[in-house]
Design a protein around this ligand. Structure first.
Ligand SMILES: [Zn+2]
Length: 298
């Protein structure tokens, strides 16, 4: 069967990669296996093969898909074993990112790990996410000032999953992550636990969102939220711990109008995994926190 030109573009885009440009019989992309400033990966539009001129990886498109699929698994094998001192030191070194380091990092909206979890390039760009070899790095701004960085491990089983930088300067309990260009001024905000939850809720159409960077809330965080929002929807992970957190956070925020999901049946897992349909369903079926307390929902 003869393939149309363009199929190969579709194939690599289905793998979470994005073609930057085509020339002749070739499409050029940023190589997913390392950060780079210029596209050095090229996909042949006639034959299903690819090659990277920078790292010299290459092969068939089938192999590329397998490599992307096993990227996490391959690294997991290493991490699953007890980390030896050297690996742990390496991870700690990579996790040590200053604000200056961050400013100097390459900007790219192609972060395969996030794209494969359903984040669009626009979301990655708007939230200003950058990356190191092991972590997606999400900046936290408050009053237009860069306060700190959230490092989300892109490799399963690297613990902790989240790290906060600069160490000793940025404390997750003092800060919240708000959406880019947030303009809430008294409106409703969606409050979630994690940074990726916030990014996904934003991507799914609920612009005003903040993450409290964990499942508990501090006085400082309460103050910040009260300053930017008049009411809030609490949307935590759909498990016992999430509901427990929702109750505690609800009590701490009792000075404002609060909503929670009407029932845990309306959604599955955590907001980072939700489709936009699922999210609208939960948002439309919200109930007041007080009612939910009385009726035993939380
Ligand atoms: Zn490469």
């Amino acid at each position: 069967m003869k393939r149309k030109i363009g199929d190969h573009i579709q194939m690599v885009e289905d793998m979470g990669l994005s073609v930057s440009f085509t020339t002749g019989n070739e499409a050029y992309l940023f190589c997913p296996f390392h950060p780079e400033r210029r596209e050095s990966m090229c996909v042949n539009l006639v034959r299903p093969v690819w090659h990277c001129f920078s790292c010299e990886r290459g092969g068939s498109l089938k192999q590329l898909e397998r490599m992307l699929d096993s990227m996490e698994e391959v690294e997991q094998v290493v991490i699953d074993d007890e980390l030896d001192d050297e690996s742990q030191a390496n991870i700690n070194a990579i996790a040590n990112v200053t604000l200056d380091d961050f400013t100097g990092m390459d900007i790219s909206d192609r972060i395969v790990y996030l794209q494969r979890r359903g984040f669009s390039r626009e979301t990655i760009r708007k939230w200003g996410v950058r990356r190191t070899s092991l972590f997606a790095v999400i900046p936290v701004y408050w009053d237009n000032k860069l306060e700190g960085l959230i490092l989300r491990s892109m490799i399963r089983n690297v613990k902790p999953k989240y790290q906060y930088q600069p160490k000793g300067v940025f404390h997750k309990n003092d800060n919240i992550l708000v959406n880019p260009n947030f303009r809430v001024a008294g409106g409703m905000i969606v409050i979630v636990e994690g940074a990726l939850d916030a990014m996904k809720v934003w991507q799914n159409g609920y612009e005003n969102v903040c993450a409290i960077l964990g499942s508990s809330i501090s006085e400082n965080q309460v103050k910040k939220i009260m300053r930017i929002a008049g009411s809030a929807m609490l949307l935590f992970d759909n498990d016992a711990a999430g509901y427990n957190a929702m109750r505690n956070v609800g009590v701490a925020l009792s000075g404002m109008q609060l909503y929670v999901p009407r029932s845990s049946l309306y959604y599955s897992g955590d907001p980072a995994e939700m489709s936009s349909e699922e999210l609208s369903e939960v948002m439309e079926n919200r109930m007041s926190f007080l009612k939910a307390r009385v009726s035993g929902v939380v």
